[in-house]
Design a protein. Structure first.
Length: 367
């Protein structure tokens, strides 16, 4: 098997392969026919990079790619471009979400080039939630593009090496294009048709909204297979643990596009440990959907329950002994940590004291 890591530096792209549009791990895993796992990183309300690394570390060895969300729910957090810059620096494989709500086509095309230059190989094209659902409803929405026209734009940039204006690119972005699907909201007959439209626009993989209604998803997949869409695009089922029956009721009423059957809420209500039961429901749904023909993976959305992702993946058995990429500290990083630890273990000196010592010609001497 070809190693899914650059031997020179994990932060560098992989060697190009025939038939691949990107140089990233996620596309390789899917094209090999392996069951893929992606997860969503809860973006920090912070400018501290360690907040991103601590959250990413939870997924080490359990997921093939990490979604960097783009102000989901129209709430501001660290940007998806910023998160991707940090993740690629450490060798992670991010999926950069791009929402059309906040930027026009000029800004988006520039972000795509910048992200691709940093090694981002996967991009998920979204229309975006309306600003009225966020905590800054007075913000001005843009929606210059939508998910379909955004897919077409990125496909043009990649395959035709040009901007929407027609101006040529000297080096096109090598990206694996994704989109979102929601089989769980009416009109149900329209959902496979809308999925087909996204494939024509350029979608190569899709992640679904939370799946809590397996029979409804089975019916959707039957239509997808009848149309041959499962052979044209990789499908990842969206799953996630529910913390409690109260959380499930709130999501059902307040999160657009989320459908949770009453039977699921009743099961949570009857559990002595609702959080553990929510995890078991998630695992059950994975086991019910993983063998549906046309399903190529799962997308785990464990908002504020990220510590459960490893348990969910392990207990569901979906990796079948395969271990996704795991970050290993490089030798030069270990040397820096060791040296820093040595410095910090000496007599602690504050910046103020160092300045005072410098003024008296004593900097660098031990007391």
């Amino acid at each position: 098997m070809i190693a899914d890591v650059n031997p020179v530096d994990p932060s560098l792209p992989l060697d190009p392969l025939p038939g691949h549009s990107s140089r990233g791990r996620l596309e390789r895993v899917l094209r090999r026919g392996e069951f893929s796992v992606t997860a969503e990183l809860n973006p920090p309300d912070s400018a501290n990079p360690d907040d991103v690394y601590e959250r990413a570390r939870i997924f080490d060895g359990w997921v093939d790619a990490i979604n960097a969300v783009d102000a989901s729910g129209a709430n501001c957090h660290m940007s998806s471009v910023g998160i991707c810059a940090l993740l690629t620096r450490m060798g992670y494989a991010p999926i950069m979400q791009i929402a059309c709500r906040d930027k026009n086509r000029i800004a988006i095309q520039g972000d795509v080039l910048g992200a691709a230059a940093m090694g981002v190989a996967n991009m998920l094209c979204l229309t975006g939630d309306g600003v009225q659902g966020g905590d800054q409803p007075g913000a001005k929405p843009v929606f210059d593009l939508d998910s379909i026209s955004l897919l077409e734009t990125l496909k043009m940039m990649r395959d035709e090496a040009k901007f929407l204006s027609g101006r040529k690119l000297t080096s096109p972005p090598a990206v694996f294009l994704g989109a979102a699907i929601n089989p769980f909201v009416p009109p149900f007959d329209f959902r496979p048709l809308h999925f087909a439209k996204k494939i024509r626009a350029g979608a190569q993989f899709v992640q679904s909204q939370y799946c809590y209604d397996v029979p409804l998803f089975r019916e959707f997949m039957k239509r997808v297979r009848d149309m041959g869409l499962h052979e044209q695009c990789f499908i990842l089922v969206g799953v996630g643990p529910l913390a409690s029956a109260k959380t499930a009721r709130w999501m059902k009423s307040n999160v657009p596009g989320v459908h949770i059957p009453d039977a699921v809420i009743k099961r949570l209500d009857g559990a002595s440990d609702q959080k553990a039961e929510g995890k078991r429901i998630c695992i059950d749904i994975i086991n019910e959907t993983k063998d549906i023909v046309g399903v190529h993976g799962v997308h785990v959305m464990a908002y504020r329950q990220e510590e459960y992702v490893a348990e969910i993946v392990h207990e569901s058995g979906i990796l079948k002994g395969r271990q996704p990429w795991k970050r290993e500290a490089r030798q030069d990083e270990a040397q820096v940590v060791e040296r820093l630890g040595g410095l910090l273990s000496r007599d602690a000196v504050s910046p103020e004291n160092m300045a005072a010592k410098a003024a008296h010609g004593e900097q660098g001497r031990k007391e």
